[in-house]
Ligand binder design. Structure first.
Ligand SMILES: [Zn+2]
Length: 295
């Protein structure tokens, strides 16, 4: 990929009915050639999407065109995919939302330019076949693992989890709060991690980085990480009302480029909203600026 992290893993799962391709990478010019070559070598029976982020769904229209295979995607995930990537108003919606959370205009509005650059890399397949928790895809059970994305799905068989970005080996998957999404994504994520830790997995195959050979320990380490971050977030609220932007400095430092700052604010907000749910913080807002206090 032309941005960090510099790669994404798409997985091919062999089954009785052919191969299942999980995730499709970004829509890059060379992707056509890759998918056409793949279709020549293997019978791709279907394409399954873990979640709608650009590096996972971006090439799904090309993959479908090249292989002739149907695309399977979670219903909520596809809804959000269209709402975000199929919506010319989205960059403005999200820029306004960052402004309400205290982000200065020069940082929030840079998104309007970056957003249109990103659109080049996303050609998602329209009208996929719906996929959901409990479905079985050629022997692989579909599990719901919301958090990194509201409709994130994983695929489990014989102790192997194809994890998308639900579990990553060296970095903590981003869990951000965004407009028009589920209200407590960090709560969702912590629940997903608890369930993942209890699946008795041997290995998890992540969207980025090396295979994870002890998924239960990794899940518990990520729970611990977020518990510590929640405490740090609560501490940062001492001394009066603060915006998500203010608190992001305590958690992520002062030196961030605009795009990284926006991710930091979204991640800070998922922690602040989790603290609200846990009764450790309160949200105030007049519709123009949203602030948080310790309660
Ligand atoms: Zn990813």
């Amino acid at each position: 990929m032309p941005m960090r992290p510099n790669h994404v893993h798409c997985y091919l799962l062999e089954g009785a009915e052919g191969w299942t391709l999980v995730d499709t990478g970004l829509s890059l010019p060379e992707a056509d050639e890759v998918f056409v070559g793949l279709a020549r070598e293997l019978r791709v029976a279907r394409i399954a999407i873990t979640h709608f982020h650009p590096d996972h769904v971006g090439g799904s229209a090309q993959a479908r065109a090249a292989t002739g295979a149907p695309v399977l995607q979670g219903e909520l995930d596809y809804e959000q995919c269209v709402h975000v990537w199929g919506n010319p108003e989205w960059p403005q919606v999200i820029a306004d939302w960052f402004l309400r959370n205290g982000v200065p205009p020069e940082v929030a509005n840079e998104l309007l330019e970056v957003g249109s650059a990103y659109a080049l890399f996303i050609r998602y397949a329209a009208d996929p076949e719906p996929l959901g928790r409990g479905d079985v895809v050629d022997g692989w059970e579909v599990v719901a693992v919301p958090g990194h994305a509201d409709g994130h799905l994983g695929f489990v068989r014989d102790g192997v989890l194809v994890a998308g970005d639900h579990l990553l080996p060296t970095i903590s998957p981003a869990v951000g709060l965004y407009p028009d999404s589920r209200p407590d994504p960090l709560g969702d994520y912590l629940d997903s991690l608890e369930r993942t830790a209890d699946l008795g997995l041997r290995v998890a195959l992540p969207g980025h980085g090396e295979p994870i050979d002890d998924p239960s320990s990794r899940s518990r380490a990520l729970i611990e990480h977020h518990r510590n971050r929640l405490d740090a977030t609560a501490e940062a609220l001492e001394g009066g009302p603060k915006t998500g932007f203010d608190v992001s400095f305590a958690l992520f430092g002062a030196e961030l480029a605009p795009a990284a700052r926006r991710f930091a604010v979204a991640e800070t907000l998922s922690h602040l909203e989790r603290l609200v749910v846990e009764g450790r913080a309160a949200r105030q807002g007049d519709g123009r600026v949203v602030t948080y206090t310790d309660s």
